[in-house]
Design a protein around this ligand. Structure first.
Ligand code: UD1
Ligand code: CA
Length: 461
């Protein structure tokens, strides 16, 4: 990118995306956990242009509310009359002497370096076009060259002759041109074609006629130029992003057991010697310390894990913080607002919500701990339930250090169990248990000696 000239990026994102067969606008379809448009925008931002303009139209409310906090100029294309028409709507907002990079909202996998190279050689006599040679060009615009190899025009699939359809060089939708030339040429585009649309691609023909050289940049990465028109394309793009994320992790030294079976839908930062087994999903911001093992089919969303943590298979965690040396799962559910100290053990079928669990405490089997503060070295027996909800309000349970809670205990909140207390199995605790005390609330056992079981009465025919 020349430093003397400022650049603008225009993202065309007004289309409906009929082939998605969805009520949502195409650019809002999710890709690696974010709208497709977010990926395009992130790439645009990395290029540090003076201005980013987004043309939106279909699903206007959804798209504009997604963009509301972004540093972009929003331009509404009221009638969807084609890509040329879309760019024409943006023209009044483009800086006069800028280099203008045009991107499509449904081409989300481009590398910033490819775009930088494309923007470099653009001046009064040169415009840049990103093309790709592909085996199956079906659906894309084809790049038509003259017999000397110079680009003459782009022909859309629906307007192409049989021989033009055989051209395997396609238009990726990305081009870069000076604003002045765009201002001259864009209004000249007409809609005399099979789809009665104003094709932006006609700009190439118009420019070539003016003697402007069309420099093509042929992308070497087959994946990056994928245009997403239907759900098959969307799934392909998801797969490419999955591969990219896995490669990034592998290069950082993370042991990803099977790079085809990991999904990163957000930001995942790992320390050294982290091992991730198959089928795991990471969403939002996840930070993992050193020597951590994440077991198969675990889902971690906005989670921070300390060092030496073990997540055993099939664990679901959301908005939680875990201290060093803790062990969670298998089949644990850790819900938002959970903070586990270090050396904490949480076992199978345990649900924890909005609770602080102190160092070295253990909740090993089938329990629910919600809205609670649990001290250090507490042992919570199997089947313990904090009854935090009275039907209207949620209440807190406070458990001191070194408490022992026997199996099958209900703690009816608000309630406090002071430090060092013991609760006998099967108790229902409704009042404060004082420090060091034993609390028991179960019915006394009776034993009837020599009990004779009832005998089965035979039916008479
Ligand atoms: C377009 C190109 C084609 C190219 C392909 C690359 C045209 C005429 N054709 O075809 O040469 O090979 O992309 O993927 O440009 N849009 C608007 N307003 C509109 C119409 C579309 O903003 O009125 C936006 C869409 O939201 C989309 C982008 O422009 O993000 C491309 O539109 P789409 O209809 O998908 O064009 P293609 O048929 O894929
Ligand atoms: Ca498209």
């Amino acid at each position: 990118m020349s430093t003397a000239v400022i650049s603008n990026i225009v993202i065309l994102a007004a289309g409906k995306g009929t082939r998605m067969v969805s009520a949502q606008p195409k650019v809002m379809q999710k890709l690696a956990g974010q709208p497709m448009l977010a990926h395009v925008l992130q790439t645009a931002v990395l290029l540090q242009p003076a201005k980013i303009i987004v043309v939106y139209g279909y699903g206007a409310e959804q798209v504009s509310s997604f963009l509301v906090n972004q540093d972009v100029v929003l331009v509404h294309q009221k009638e969807l009359l084609g890509t040329g028409h879309a760019l024409l709507q943006a023209l009044p907002y483009i800086d006069h002497h800028a280099k203008v990079l045009i991107m499509y909202g449904d081409v989300p996998l481009l590398h910033p370096d490819t775009l930088k190279a494309l923007m470099h050689k653009v001046d009064r006599n040169n415009l840049s076009l990103l093309t790709q040679q592909i085996v199956n060009p079906l659906g894309y615009g084809r790049v038509v060259r003259d017999r000397y190899g110079a680009v003459k025009r782009i022909v859309e699939e629906k307007d192409a002759t049989e021989s033009e359809k055989k051209i395997d060089e396609i238009n990726t939708g990305v081009m870069c041109i000076l604003a002045e030339q765009l201002g001259d040429l864009l209004p000249k585009i007409n809609n005399l074609n099979a789809q009665k649309e104003y094709y932006l691609t006609d700009l190439i023909d118009l420019a070539a006629r003016e003697g402007i050289l069309i420099n093509t940049f042929i992308s070497t990465d087959m994946d990056e130029t994928l245009g997403i028109n239907n759900r098959t394309h969307l799934a392909m793009a998801e797969k490419i992003l999955r591969k990219r994320a896995a490669e990034r992790l592998l290069n950082q030294g993370v042991c990803v057991v099977d790079p085809d079976r990991i999904d990163v839908r957000g930001q995942l930062d790992c320390g050294t010697d982290v091992e991730i087994d198959i089928g795991c999903i990471f969403e939002g911001n996840v930070k993992i310390g050193d020597n951590v093992k994440v077991g198969a089919y675990s889902i971690l969303r906005d989670v921070i894990l300390g060092n030496n943590v073990q997540i055993l298979p099939y664990t679901l965690m959301e908005s939680a913080i875990v201290g060093n040396d803790s062990r969670i799962g298998p089949y644990a559910r850790i819900r938002p607002g959970t903070q586990l100290g270090s050396g904490v053990h949480v076992g199978d079928f345990v649900e924890i919500k909005n609770a602080i669990i102190g160092n070295e405490s253990k909740i090993n089997h089938m329990s629910y701990v919600g809205d609670s503060e649990v001290g250090e070295r507490v042992n919570i027996g199997a089947g313990t339930i904090t009854c935090n909800f009275d039907g209207e309000n949620k209440h807190r349970t406070i458990i001191g250090d070194n408490v022992f809670i026997g199996s099958d205990t209900q703690l009816v909140a608000p309630v406090t169990v002071e430090q060092g207390a013991t609760i006998g199995a099967g108790s229902t605790i409704t009042k404060t248990v004082p420090e060091g005390a034993l609390a028991l609330s179960r019915v006394k056992q009776i034993s009837v000696k020599d009990w004779v079981r009832p005998k089965k009465i035979r039916k008479q025919d």
